[in-house]
Ligand binder design. Structure first.
Ligand code: DC
Length: 224
C-alpha cells in the first residue's frame, strides 16, 4: 500500500518554518498546511466574540459552532476570509493563549488531520511531529536564536506595511516561547525522531536542500 507522504515541520515563531515548509511543498508538489493560521483564525473569532482565553461553557459552545476551511493560502472561518486580519501582534498573543487550552487543541486536532489528502502534505506548526502527525515519514524541528527570529518577524510585518517596534516583537516572541513551551498539553518540543536544524546562520536554499536530501533518504529507504 502506498503511504501518504507526510512531512512534519515544527519550531518556534521566526525559525523559518513557513518559508521553508512552503518551498519544500512547492518543490515536491505537495499540499502546504499552515496550522498556525488555523490557530490564529480561531483565536481571532473567539476574541471578536468576547470569549476569554480560559476553559468554560462559552468557549465550548463557540468552538462547537466554528467551521474552518483552507483555500490555497486563505483561511475561512465561519464563512469569513480572515487571512489578512490574523497577522498582527494582538492576534499572535491571543493565539498563543487560546492554543494552550485543551478544548481548543482537541477541536483543532480533527480539523488539522482532515487536511491530509491522497497527494501528501507538508504540515507546519508546533506539534506536527509529536501529536497531530506522529506517523509522519520525515520530521524536522527548526530553531534559531531569538534576536534572529525577532528580526525576521519584523521584516515580514514591515513588508506588509505593519509598523511595530523590534523590541516589542522580541518581548512578544519571548512571551509566546514561554507559553508555547510550558503549556501542559502539546507543548512545543522536538519529537525524538525529528531532525534538528538551527537556521540562525543558514541560507533558506541550504535548509531546503538539506530537507529535500533527508526526504529522499528517508522515503527511499522506507520503500525498500
Ligand atoms: O506559527 P504561528 O506563529 O502562526 O502560530 C500562532 C500560534 O498558534 C502560536 O503561538 C502557537 C500556536 N500553534 C500551536 O499551538 N500549535 C500549532 N500546531 C500551530 C500553532
Amino acid at each position: 500500500m502506498i503511504k501518504r507522504l507526510i512531512i512534519a515541520v515544527d519550531g518556534p515563531s521566526g525559525s523559518g518554518k513557513s518559508t521553508i515548509a512552503k518551498l519544500v511543498a512547492k518543490k515536491l508538489g505537495l499540499r502546504y498546511l499552515d496550522t498556525g493560521a488555523i490557530y490564529r483564525a480561531v483565536a481571532f473569532i473567539l476574541d471578536e466574540s468576547g470569549i476569554e482565553p480560559k476553559d468554560g461553557p462559552d468557549l465550548e459552545s463557540e468552538l462547537d459552532s466554528i467551521s474552518v476551511n483552507l483555500k490555497n493560502t486563505s483561511v475561512i472561518v465561519n464563512g469569513r476570509d480572515v487571512s489578512d486580519k490574523i497577522r498582527n501582534p494582538h492576534i499572535s498573543a491571543m493565539a498563543s493563549l487560546f492554543s494552550a487550552l485543551p478544548a481548543v487543541r482537541q477541536r483543532l486536532l480533527h480539523i488539522q488531520r482532515a487536511q491530509v489528502d491522497s497527494g501528501g502534505i507538508v504540515a507546519e506548526g508546533r506539534d506536527m511531529g509529536t501529536v497531530v502527525f506522529p506517523e509522519a515519514q520525515v520530521k524536522i524541528f527548526l530553531t534559531a536564536n531569538e534576536e534572529v527570529r525577532a528580526y525576521r518577524r519584523w521584516l515580514e510585518l514591515n513588508r506588509k506595511g505593519i509598523r511595530v517596534e523590534r523590541s516589542d516583537i522580541l518581548s512578544n516572541i519571548r512571551l509566546r516561547d514561554q507559553n508555547d513551551s510550558s503549556r501542559s498539553i502539546s507543548p512545543l518540543i522536538k519529537a525524538d525522531d525529528a531532525v534538528l536544524i538551527d537556521t540562525s546562520d543558514l541560507s533558506i536554499e541550504d535548509i531546503v536542500d538539506r530537507i529535500l536530501d533527508l526526504i529522499k533518504e528517508r522515503v527511499i529507504l522506507d520503500d525498500r
